[in-house]
Design a protein around this ligand. Structure first.
Ligand code: GDP
Ligand code: MN
Length: 382
């Protein structure tokens, strides 16, 4: 789960990472009221999950109420690389002396954590990485050893941060590392981490990706649920614990196993159709899972046919067939199912489906013929 900047900063604060306090706002009136409370000058920042907001006009300083109102109006609704701004974060403006870069992430190849620090942070860090990679200090951290204060101090020295920033920057690195490990993040990135003109270090931006697999340890993460730019289908799928990604086509797809689901998408494309989603129901294709999957696909008005592609390896096809029939009793489907069941007990499964005489199910024996049938149904219903 990716956090918005303001959520990332709130998360940082729990671990003692210094940030400016501020307020979120969804309307111009709210933004102006927040700016008044915070006190001018303030900075107004678009809350979208994409980089380069500054360059796109999504980060503006306001010296007074008139400017706050003007910028709030311009930034709300602003499209930044396809992300429409629905929320602002407003915080006290900072007088910046220097901009640095810090990140913690996993180095999967080396099987350790990686900490990057650069004295040349700010909006052009990608260019620095490309043209002057040596100006980024790289530190591998053994998770069993961790990052202590001395190692953090050595790292900020290696990155040649300004002398007056080093003490607080080292403290901040230790706090960010705790946020990364104890906070169960896959990525913590601060660009820029700034040295203020008063000589303090502050996280001015925050990019945090939480490890969803650690969610069971963090009931408090529910507060980070999205405020509206998430696909309704994806939200429903998430509530039901399904591995679902919404797409734009007209053929809804249910398959067991991520590989088979991806192949199913490919085959639908190959025969001239387009998938409405990716949905891997995993190993347990029982009635509950099937009903949940059909329910989610059913909420998508673009879907004209549903392709269910199951290969019975460990799961038995006859169980899947019964699951589908039970699910059909629970969900009133808006479009027909094209069903391809192969593998363990497939013959028994076909007999069960046939005997049910369901108007909603068309059975096909191969993946390609099933894809063709689904695409044809979708085209003729469009
Ligand atoms: P990004 O462009 O999406 O990475 O957004 P950032 O939050 O990193 O902001 C972009 C740039 O805006 C920063 O690199 C700063 O130079 C500038 N900026 C952000 N907040 C402030 C602030 O409080 N004061 C000043 N003077 N500049 C700021
Ligand atoms: Mn940034």
């Amino acid at each position: 789960m990716d956090l918005y900047e303001y959520q990332g900063k709130q998360y940082f604060a729990r671990f003692g990472v210094p940030t400016s306090s501020g307020e979120a706002a969804d309307t111009v009136a709210e933004a102006v009221a927040a700016a008044d409370r915070i006190g001018y000058p303030v900075v107004l920042k678009a809350q979208v999950q994409v980089g380069g907001r500054g360059k796109a006009g999504g980060v503006k300083l306001a010296a007074n109420r008139e400017e706050a109102e003007l910028h709030a109006g311009n930034i709300l609704g602003l499209d930044i690389k396809g992300h429409v701004t629905k929320r602002l974060w407003i915080e006290k403006a900072t007088d910046i002396a220097r901009e640095y870069y810090v990140s913690f992430t996993l180095d999967r190849a080396a099987k350790v954590y990686l900490c990057l620090v650069s004295a040349r942070g700010g909006i052009d860090i990608e260019e620095v990485a490309a043209t002057a990679p040596d100006s980024i200090a790289r530190l591998h951290i053994d998770p069993l050893v961790g990052l202590d204060r001395a190692a953090a101090a050595a790292q900020v020295a290696a990155a040649e941060l300004d002398e007056e920033a080093r003490e607080e920057a080292a403290d901040t690195l230790v706090a960010l590392y705790r946020c990364f490990v104890e906070g169960d993040a896959d990525l913590v990135e601060v660009n820029p981490l700034v040295l203020t003109t008063e000589g303090h270090v502050l996280a001015l931006d925050a990019k945090v990706t939480l490890d969803d697999d650690a969610g069971f340890r963090h009931p408090e993460w529910t507060e980070f649920v999205d405020f509206g730019d998430v696909d309704v289908r994806e939200r429903l799928a998430k509530e039901k614990g399904l591995n679902y990604i919404g797409l734009d086509g007209s053929v809804g797809i249910i398959a067991n196993g991520a590989g088979l689901a991806m192949s199913t998408l490919d085959v639908v494309n190959q025969v001239g159709g387009s998938a409405a989603n990716f949905l891997d129901i995993g190993g347990g294709a029982n009635a509950d899972v099937m009903a949940n999957a059909l329910e989610v696909i059913n909420t998508d008005p673009k879907v004209r046919a549903i392709l269910v592609n199951i290969f019975g390896g460990i799961v038995r096809c006859d169980e899947v067939a019964r699951g589908i029939l039970t699910a059909l009793g629970r969900v009133a489907l808006a479009s027909p199912i094209v069903l391809r069941l192969d593998g363990t007990n497939a013959a028994e499964a076909h007999r069960i489906i046939e005997e049910a005489h369901s108007d909603s199910i068309v059975t096909e024996l191969t993946m390609i013929s099933a894809a063709k049938a689904a695409v044809e149904i979708a085209a003729s219903a469009a």
